[in-house]
Design a protein around this ligand. Structure first.
Ligand code: UDP
Length: 287
């Protein structure tokens, strides 16, 4: 709640509460919805699939019931690169086969299927935005990553730089990548935010619906992240090599051409040190 902009109205509720959501839609004359709320931990999704299908899939279908009944015409979904599963080629474009290897990705893919059917049958306009590795922060606004428990690479490396943990465990250094560590496409959260506005504007202007990758097209390895944190913070980061993590592919990099071609969006904050620098600035304030 404290992360909500002071000029925005915060309402605590359950998106499955149809009466409450209907009342809000009517009160504010809502014409478009950007839906972020979800469970997002891959490991947890494998041991608690009921929770992931209930909170992600079932809850979103309930929300869509209300929105369709109320005539809300535009819907933006926070989707994920996890819909693709193990990459068959890279960079991954939107036509890549969708074979999620975890319940998290599957729960989002099911929602995408529903959106496509609702579009075809009821004219719902939608954009499913498949985030790659969300990162960075908006230190000026006091916003950044606050997961509990924290499992994501950049915040953990920052903790190690700040002396809040003794080291960072690197999940494997014998991958087939340029330095042996996993390669990911880290995208600044402010670029993600811009993409949502661009996609919504596109739908409101009568543009077509679909699914879009949100990434930079550039891969960064775990070792390169650690080196960037050391540069930005000016502090050494002790590294320990650990076994590979279940379900990690070697390389996950987006082709983000479709979003550029369709609604003119591309990542602007592509310097790794800017992404890590913003995360570090937020981290320094938050601790
Ligand atoms: N990673 C790592 N050590 C950690 C956390 C993550 O080596 O303590 C690696 C992980 O194997 C992956 C990359 O960092 O290659 C990004 O992982 P993260 O959990 O941040 O995001 P994901 O790619 O799972 O969405």
């Amino acid at each position: 709640e404290d992360a909500v902009h002071p000029k925005a109205r915060f309402v605590r509720g359950d998106i499955r509460d149809r009466a409450k959501v209907s009342a809000l839609v009517r009160e504010h004359g809502v014409t478009g919805v950007v839906h972020f709320a979800a469970k997002i931990q891959v490991g947890e999704s494998m041991v608690k699939p009921r929770m992931y299908f209930q909170d992600n899939l079932v809850a979103t279908l309930a929300l869509l019931e209300t929105l369709l009944d109320e005539g809300v015409g535009a819907f933006i979904l926070s989707s994920t690169a996890a819909v693709y599963g193990d990459p068959e080629y890279t960079p991954i474009d939107e036509a890549h086969p969708k074979k999620p290897v975890n319940t998290y990705g599957e729960s989002k893919l099911f929602i995408e299927h529903a959106l496509r059917r609702y579009h075809d049958a009821y004219g719902l306009k939608y954009a499913a935005l498949r985030y790659f590795n969300a990162s960075g922060a908006d230190p000026a606004a006091g916003l950044g990553e606050r997961h509990d428990p924290e499992t994501h690479l950049i915040p953990l490396v920052l903790d190690a730089a700040a002396g809040l943990r003794k080291d960072i465990g690197v999940f494997g250094d014998d991958w087939e990548t340029r330095d042996g560590t996993c390669e990911r496409d880290y995208i600044h959260v402010l670029d993600l935010a811009d993409a949502h506005l661009a996609a919504l504007g596109h739908l409101e202007a009568g543009g077509g619906s679909g699914a879009y990758n949100l990434g930079t097209g550039r891969g960064t390895t775990v070792s390169e992240i650690i080196a960037s944190v050391e540069r930005v913070s000016g502090r050494p980061v002790p590294v320990v090599v650990r076994p590979r993590r279940d379900g990690d592919p070697a390389v996950l990099v987006a082709s983000a051409k479709k979003a550029l071609d369709t609604f003119g969006w591309q990542a602007k904050r592509t310097s790794l040190d800017e992404i890590v620098g913003d995360a570090w600035a937020f981290h320094q304030r938050a601790r």
